[in-house]
Design a protein around this ligand. Structure first.
Ligand code: BDP
Length: 715
C-alpha cells in the first residue's frame, strides 16, 4: 500500500475505533471490513437442532456475531428453521443433511466433546455442517467457526475436526467466601455469595460463555485454602444456582473440601480418614451435594500444606486421605483432585524434594477416581521452574497439571507477561522416563502411562475488574490456558496471534510486532526478576517486588536466602549430589544433563548449582556480569515495549491503548526497581563492579530494603 493510502486508512480506523473497556474479551465480534464476507451467507441462514438451552446459546451467539461482523449494512441474521439453510448445526439424529454427509466412523472419533465442521454442496448451494455427539460439542464448533469468520480465515476444503486431548479442563478460583481472592489482582471475586442463589448476575453467564468459547469445561469456584462453610446447606443452594447457570455452557462445578470439615461443620471429634463415622459423614455430605447438583464434578483438596489440615494429622498417607473422599463421590461419578503441593517446614529436606518423597512411594494406592494435581514446578509458580519431577514418576496414578494463570510471582496484574511460552516450555520438557520423547505433555494427556483420567487446572486471574483480568493482555493467558487444556501441544505463537486477531484487529502491522512483544514478554520478566535459575527472591508474603534480602521469620522455606544462598563465595542452590540432590528425582538422562555444568541449559543454572561469582558463562561473561546483563536486558525490553505499543495507537481504541500503556510504564519502572535492588543486594557478596552498559542504581540498598508497599492485593 502507498504510504498516503496507508495514512488515510489508518486515520479511518482510528476514528472508527470506539472506546472499549475489554469486557468482551476475545469475543469482540468487531465489524469486518468489506471484502471479508466469506461467512456472511452461512451465518445469515442457519438451522440448528431442536430447541434447548444450549441451542438457544448457539443461536444467540451467531446472531451477536453476525450483527457485529456485518453491522447494519447487511440483512439481520436469520437463525431459525429455514427451508434452505446454509449453516446446519445439529446432532446427527436431528438432521438428514448430517446423516447423509457425515459418516458414523467420523462421528465416533469425535468422542463426547469433539466437533467437525464440514463444507458440502447440496441443492446447488454450498453449505457448512457442524456436528458432534453432544450439544456442547456443537457449541464448541460454533465458536470455532465464528473465530474463523472474525479472522476471515477460509475453511479448509477438508473441513475442520477437533477433539480435546485432555478430558477435564478446569479453572481453579482461589476465591474466598468474603469475595477476596487469594493471589487475585483484578478486583474481587466475581461470585457474589450474598446475592446467591436468588440473583444470577449476567457476569456469571458471560464467564461461562467465555470459558466455553475456549473449551474450558469445569471450574472450582472456591479457594484451595478452603472454608468448610461452602459445604453447608445454605452454600450448597448458592453453588447449585451457579451450576444451573453454567450447565448449558458445558461447565461443571467442583468445590474445594477442607479436610477437617467433619469436625468443623459435622460436629465430629475427629477427621481421621480411617474412622468409620468420618467416612460416613463424607458419604452423607456428598449425597446431599448431589441432591443439589446432580452433575457435581467432585472435590479439590489441599491437605497437609501451609497450615491446611490433612491425613498427616492422623498419621495417615495422602492416599488414605484422598480415598475416603473418592469413595464418597464414586457412586455419583465424581472425582477427587488431590494436590501434591505438600511440604512442611518441619521436614528437614529441600522443599523441592518433598512432594516427590511423599507421593512417589504411594503410586498405585489411590482409588481410580483420584487424580493427583501437580504444580508445573517443584517449588511454587516461579517465573521459571524446571518441570516437576513427579511428572513421569507416577505411572500408576493419573497426574494432572496445575498452572498458575494469575501472576503471583510475575509482577501481578501490571506486568505484561504472556505465559503460554512458559506453559509450553514445561509441557514440551522431556522427562525421559521412557526414553527420549517422554514429554510432560504425554504424561498429562495420559498417553505415556495410559492414565484412565486426564485433567488440567489453571489458577484463574479473573476478578471484578471491567476487563476481567486487570491487564488487558492477561486475557491472553486465560485464553491460551483454555487452548492448551484442549490441546497441550498448541504452539504459543499461534495462540498469541489468534488472541490478538480476535481481540483487536487482523491488521498485520499490528499483529506481527505485538505478537513478537508477547512472545518475548515472559523471558523479559525472567530477565529482570530471576535470571539464570534464581528463584523465590520476591518480597515476603505478597511476593510483589524484589526481596532477595528476605530472611528469618516464621519459615525458612518462605525466605529468599533459603533459595539463593548468596555469600562472598557464590550464589545458587546446589541440588546435585554434593548438595540436596533433588536431581536424583529426575530420570538418569536429566540428572546427567542438568548435573553437568557443560550441558545444563543456563536458564536452570542456579536452580541446581551453587557457583562462584567469577564462574564463566558460555558467552564468556562471568556469572556476576551475566546476572547483571540479564537484569539490564529485561529493563531495556520493558522500555522497548512502551515504544512498540505507542506505535500501535492507530490500531487500538483509545481506552484499551491508554490502559495498556499506563501499565507498561509501571512495568518499566518496576523492572528498574528489580534490577537495582537485586544487583545492589547481590553486589554486596560479589564485590564486583557493574559491567558496562548496566544502569546505575539511583539509591542505596537500604532504600530498596525499606520499600514496603502496604495493602498489596491478593493476600
Ligand atoms: C502459593 C501461594 C498461596 C497458595 C499456595 C497453594 O502463595 O497463596 O495457597 O501456593 O498453591 O503459591 O496452595
Amino acid at each position: 500500500m502507498k504510504p498516503i493510502y496507508l495514512l488515510i486508512y489508518l486515520l479511518f480506523i482510528s476514528f472508527s475505533l470506539q472506546a472499549n473497556d475489554g469486557y468482551k474479551l476475545w469475543l469482540q465480534y468487531y465489524p469486518l471490513t468489506s471484502g471479508n464476507e466469506l461467512y456472511q451467507t452461512f451465518l445469515g441462514n442457519v438451522k440448528t437442532g431442536d430447541q434447548s438451552p444450549t441451542f438457544d446459546i448457539i443461536q444467540e451467539e451467531i446472531k451477536l456475531a453476525y450483527n457485529g461482523f456485518y453491522k447494519e449494512s447487511y440483512p439481520k441474521a436469520n437463525v431459525m428453521s429455514l427451508d434452505q439453510p446454509q449453516l446446519i448445526i445439529a446432532l446427527p439424529g436431528q438432521s438428514e443433511m448430517i446423516l447423509r454427509n457425515v459418516s458414523k466412523v467420523d462421528l465416533e472419533k469425535l468422542g463426547p466433546e469433539g466437533y467437525l465442521i464440514k463444507k458440502i454442496t447440496a441443492d446447488g448451494a454450498e453449505k457448512i455442517l457442524i456436528s458432534g455427539n453432544s450439544e456442547i460439542a456443537l457449541l464448541y464448533g460454533t465458536f470455532r467457526l465464528l473465530q474463523a469468520a472474525q479472522k476471515n480465515q477460509p475453511l479448509p476444503n477438508e473441513g475442520m475436526v477437533s477433539v480435546p486431548t485432555i478430558e477435564r479442563r478446569i479453572l481453579n478460583h482461589w476465591d474466598n467466601l468474603n469475595r477476596t481472592v487469594e493471589r487475585g489482582y483484578a478486583g474481587f471475586s466475581i461470585w457474589n455469595w450474598h446475592r446467591l442463589p436468588r440473583h444470577i448476575d449476567q457476569q456469571y453467564l458471560d464467564y461461562a460463555r467465555a470459558n466455553a468459547s475456549i473449551g474450558i469445561n469445569g471450574t472450582v469456584i472456591t479457594n484451595v485454602n478452603a472454608n468448610a462453610l461452602v459445604l453447608t446447606a445454605d452454600y450448597l443452594k448458592k453453588t447449585a444456582a451457579l451450576a444451573d447457570a453454567f450447565r448449558p455452557y458445558g461447565i461443571k462445578i467442583y468445590l474445594t473440601a477442607r479436610f477437617s470439615s467433619p469436625m468443623e461443620i459435622g460436629g465430629l471429634p475427629t477427621a481421621d480418614p480411617l474412622d468409620p463415622e468420618v467416612q460416613q459423614w463424607w458419604k452423607d455430605k456428598t449425597k446431599e451435594i448431589y441432591e443439589h447438583i446432580p452433575d457435581f464434578g467432585g472435590f479439590l483438596v489441599k491437605a497437609d500444606s501451609e497450615g491446611q489440615p490433612g491425613p498427616h494429622n492422623y498419621k495417615r498417607t495422602q492416599a488414605e486421605g484422598a480415598n475416603i473422599l473418592a469413595d464418597a463421590v464414586k457412586p455419583f461419578g465424581g472425582i477427587v483432585m488431590w494436590r501434591a503441593f505438600v511440604y512442611s517446614e518441619e521436614t528437614p529436606d529441600d522443599r523441592h524434594k518433598q512432594a516427590y518423597n511423599e507421593f512417589k512411594p504411594i503410586d498405585g494406592e489411590f482409588r481410580d477416581n483420584v487424580i493427583v494435581q501437580v504444580k508445573n514446578g517443584a517449588i511454587d509458580f516461579q517465573p521459571r521452574e524446571p518441570f516437576h519431577p513427579l511428572f513421569g514418576a507416577m505411572p500408576k496414578t493419573p497426574l494432572m497439571m496445575e498452572f498458575q494463570i494469575t501472576q503471583e510471582y510475575l509482577g501481578h496484574d501490571t506486568h505484561l507477561a504472556y505465559l503460554a511460552p512458559m506453559y509450553e516450555e514445561v509441557l514440551q520438557s522431556d522427562t525421559h522416563v521412557q526414553g527420549p520423547g517422554s514429554t510432560v505433555s504425554k504424561v498429562i494427556d495420559g498417553s505415556l502411562h495410559q492414565y484412565s483420567m486426564t485433567a488440567m487446572a489453571g489458577v484463574a486471574n479473573i476478578g471484578t475488574d471491567r476487563n476481567w483480568t486487570g491487564h488487558h493482555f492477561h486475557q491472553a493467558n486465560w485464553f491460551a490456558y483454555g487452548r492448551l487444556a484442549w490441546n497441550p501441544n498448541t504452539p504459543s505463537a499461534d495462540m498469541a496471534e489468534e488472541w490478538l486477531q480476535l481481540t483487536f484487529t487482523t491488521e498485520e502491522e499490528f499483529v506481527q510486532p505485538v505478537k513478537k512483544m508477547m512472545l518475548q514478554s515472559h523471558e523479559m520478566v525472567v530477565n529482570y526478576m530471576t535470571p539464570l535459575g534464581l528463584h523465590h527472591i520476591m518480597a515476603r508474603s505478597h511476593h510483589y517486588g524484589p526481596g532477595p534480602w528476605v530472611t528469618g521469620g516464621e519459615r525458612a522455606d518462605w525466605t529468599a536466602t533459603y533459595y539463593h544462598k548468596a555469600t562472598e563465595k557464590g550464589v545458587g542452590f546446589d541440588r546435585t549430589p554434593s548438595g540436596s540432590n533433588a536431581l536424583e528425582q529426575y530420570a538418569p538422562a536429566i540428572q546427567e544433563t542438568w548435573g553437568n555444568l557443560e550441558t545444563i541449559p543456563e536458564k536452570y543454572l542456579l536452580w541446581f548449582h551453587h557457583l562462584p561469582w567469577d564462574y564463566g558463562l558460555k558467552d564468556g561473561n562471568s556469572l556476576w556480569d551475566g546476572i547483571a546483563l540479564h537484569y539490564q536486558k529485561g529493563v531495556e525490553e520493558a522500555w522497548q515495549n512502551i515504544l512498540t505499543w505507542e506505535e500501535m495507537k492507530p490500531f487500538v481504541d483509545p481506552e484499551r491503548h491508554a490502559h495498556v500503556l499506563s501499565f507498561m510504564k509501571i512495568q518499566s519502572e518496576e523492572a528498574i526497581w528489580w534490577r537495582d535492588a537485586c544487583l545492589l543486594y547481590f553486589g554486596q557478596f560479589s564485590q564486583k563492579p557493574l559491567p558496562e552498559g548496566v544502569g546505575k542504581p539511583a539509591h542505596d540498598l537500604e532504600h530498596y530494603m525499606k520499600l514496603n508497599p502496604k495493602f498489596v492485593p491478593g493476600i
